[in-house]
Each structure stands twice: as structure tokens, then as C-alpha cells.
Design a protein around this ligand. Structure first.
Ligand code: S3P
Length: 179
């Protein structure tokens, strides 16, 4: 795989951004986040505002074009939004873009993590716990299909998760073993 990018996919709250930053630091790679690219390109408008003003389908189009804009990159760690794997087209693009790591966590752990901040428009419902359950069930197959390497982050810290991802990337890219 010539570009040697590492792509993180997974549901909200599975640690894509925080663990991604650790992995990037460990490898000396640049870290990027598709949600940040989307907000930057929208002139600083937040994801929640994009959902409110333009709707989810428009957000998904911006997400696909953000992914398409990354193909010149190499040696980057790229965290994607939790719904990026929903489109078959995106799953294919992400595989071409790099080594796809799927993060997961137990439902209770995810709920506890996402409850700490309210920036996620899809969970702005009367019953966020039920919504989370339904979304997780509906998306399970997409995450499984997208990922080349799967990691449950429920009970490990960011450093441990980064270690495991770096080891998996080392195998995927056939890097020399660490000295
Ligand atoms: C979404 C996840 C969010 C963000 C948007 C939609 C989703 O990203 O892209 O709110 O559909 O699961 P995080 O997974 O980084 O929270």
C-alpha cells in the first residue's frame, strides 16, 4: 500500500480522534479529521449547524467530497465521522486511501462517552439512549465491512490502543519490525 495512510472508522465515541492523534504522534504522521475538513471548508460552520441548516444528505455529500480530497496524502492518520462508512462508495474510497482500522466499544461505554458533550446532532433526540442503540445496530455491518483491522477500545487506554494500531499498521505496510 504505497500511501501508508491509516484511516480510523467507527461509531461516535469509540475514540477515533483522540486515539488517532496518539497514533499520528507515535509515527510522526500528520493527523486529519474529516469532520474538521468539512467545517473548515464551510467557513467554520459547525457540524450541528450544517445538519440543522442543510440536512443530513447534504452533510453526507460534503463528507464524501472531504474523503475524495485526501487522495494526494501519504503517511497521514485520518479520523472519519461515525457515519462515513454508511455509503458503499465511501467504504471503497477509504480502502483505497489507506489501511482501515475499525474502532468499537460497548454500547454503555459509548453512551457514557458521548454524554460528556452534546456536539452530535444525530443524538439530539428525545431518547438519545434509544437512538444510539438503533444507530449502532443499523450500522454494525457497515463498520465490519469497512475495517481491515478491528479494535475494541472499551477497556484500554489511548496509549494501548495506539500501540495495537501501530503494530497492525506495521504488518499491513510490511515495515521493518521496531528495533
Ligand atoms: C456522525 C458522527 C460525527 C459527525 C456527525 C455524524 C454519525 O462524528 O460526523 O455528527 O453519523 O455518526 P464523530 O463520530 O466524530 O462523532
Amino acid at each position: 500500500m504505497p500511501n501508508e495512510n491509516i484511516i480510523l472508522v467507527g461509531f461516535m465515541g469509540t475514540g477515533k480522534s483522540s486515539i488517532g492523534r496518539h497514533v499520528a504522534k507515535r509515527l510522526g504522521f500528520q493527523f486529519l479529521d474529516t469532520d474538521h475538513i468539512i467545517t473548515d471548508r464551510a467557513g467554520g460552520v459547525s457540524i450541528a449547524e450544517i445538519f440543522a441548516q442543510r440536512g443530513e444528505p447534504a452533510f453526507r455529500d460534503l463528507e464524501t467530497s472531504a474523503i475524495e480530497s485526501l487522495f494526494h496524502l501519504r503517511r497521514c492518520v485520518i479520523a472519519t465521522g461515525g457515519g462515513a462508512v454508511l455509503r458503499e462508495e465511501n467504504r471503497r474510497l477509504l480502502r483505497e486511501l489507506g489501511f482501515v482500522v475499525g474502532l468499537s466499544a460497548e454500547e454503555e461505554v459509548i453512551f457514557e462517552r458521548v454524554s460528556r458533550c452534546d456536539k452530535r446532532p444525530l443524538l439530539h433526540t428525545k431518547d438519545p439512549r434509544g437512538t444510539l442503540h438503533r444507530l449502532l445496530e443499523a450500522r454494525r455491518d457497515c463498520y465490519a465491512e469497512a475495517a481491515e483491522f478491528a479494535l475494541d477500545t472499551s477497556a484500554i487506554d489511548h496509549a494501548e490502543a495506539a500501540d495495537r494500531i501501530v503494530a497492525a499498521a506495521r504488518r499491513a505496510f510490511a515495515w521493518e519490525p521496531a528495533a
